[in-house]
Write a protein that binds this ligand. Structure first.
Ligand code: TXA
Ligand code: MG
Length: 321
């Protein structure tokens, strides 16, 4: 069992020894190890049961560290970094030799991010190396937004989870890079498209492909609950499928459905706030997944602000064949 602790010095000690541990970030919890040490990074892949072709994000303490690990930062991406770091933004940048190939799965670009969670920033400041960290879930399952989520699934394989409370953003970071001279968003996430475009103008979004060679981890069926998960008009599903009322879970923005037990229904935000909905999304999916239901029905969110990224995750959850 992993120890759940708020003790940074314990985390520093474990990471200096080459261990991998759970760490909080504002987006989701990460499974972290020394990004400059191939053995620690290999252990991350092993614990997560992640295929080696799926590269990891490197977390650094401050914007000024980026030159140590990357050849250059194109101007548009530098603008985004200055505005939104620390925060839920990951940049794909040409890597320097110091980043081991195992981190990037042999790709020439490395994914870099400055997280804003205060505990993890303090942790990074106390380390002599950056942290490679994928989301701390078994490959293909829903990302964790609390220390308890990490412990529940990976606790048997790691020594500790640094407890930073519930993740405040609740969705993984938005991943951005350049192709030719064009800015491309590879994964919608905790930083909205509007926020990006308000800074640097219109960008291209390439996050829907099921086999995106630039971000091999963005497989179509990701973030998937174990229970069959349908996305669409909930009332219509209920009418068409007529599921047994105590065997169906319902995930909505703020609608309630009569005739179905309240415990099996989750409203992501009673006021319809999409930031709040994002924050609650993964915990809600896990909760419904653990209720021993036969089916989960979910509705898409309004396509604005973080609603787009939430819908991306809901579609991936529903795509499991
Ligand atoms: O918010 C987040 O980004 C969280 C926290 C822990 O920072 N991390 C996270 O990592 O979501 P992960 O590994 O679950 O997702 C990272 C995604 C993967 O889909 C991977 O394929 C893509 O980023 N990625 C990482 N490095 C890449 C690279 N060099 N080129 C292209 N895609 C990359
Ligand atoms: Mg992940």
């Amino acid at each position: 069992m992993a120890v759940i602790s708020t003790d940074i010095s314990e985390a520093v000690h474990a990471l200096n020894e080459g261990q991998v541990i759970g760490i909080p970030t504002e987006t989701v919890y990460g499974l972290a190890g020394n990004a400059l040490d191939g053995d620690s990074v290999a252990r991350i892949f092993e614990v997560k049961e992640r295929p080696s072709f799926d590269p990891l994000i490197v977390h650094i303490s401050d914007l000024d560290q980026v030159d140590k690990y990357c050849e250059e930062v194109p101007e548009s991406l530098a603008k985004l970094a200055e505005k939104y770091w620390p925060g839920p933004l990951t940049l794909l940048l040409p890597k320097k030799e110091i980043i081991p190939d195992i981190v990037t799965s042999g790709l020439k670009r490395v994914a870099i991010r400055v997280p804003s969670h205060s505990l993890t920033r303090e942790l990074l400041h106390q380390l002599d190396f950056p942290l490679a960290a994928p989301s701390a879930n078994p490959f293909g399952y829903i990302s964790p937004t609390s220390a308890a989520h990490v412990e529940a699934q990976l606790g048997a394989k790691i020594s500790m989870v640094l407890d930073g409370g519930e993740s405040q953003v609740g969705l993984e970071s938005t991943i951005v890079g350049m192709e030719e001279n064009e800015v491309v968003v590879y994964r919608l996430g905790g930083l909205s498209l509007d926020e990006i475009e308000s800074e640097i103008g219109k960008v291209k979004v390439k996050s829907h492909s099921s086999s995106n060679p630039q971000a091999p981890g963005l497989l179509k069926s990701h973030y998937a609950p174990k229970v069959p998960f349908l996305l669409g008009n909930i009332s219509k599903f209920l009418k068409d499928i007529k599921p047994e009322s105590n065997k169906v879970g319902i995930l909505s923005l703020n609608a309630e459905f009569s005739g179905f037990p309240e415990v099996n229904q989750i409203q992501l935000s009673s006021s319809g706030n999409l930031n709040e909905a994002a924050q609650n999304l993964f915990a809600a999916m896990r909760k419904l997944d653990d209720l021993d239901l036969e089916l989960i029905l979910a509705e898409p969110m309004p396509e604005k602000g973080l609603g787009k990224a939430i819908n991306d995750r809901l579609r991936r959850a529903a795509a499991k064949g």
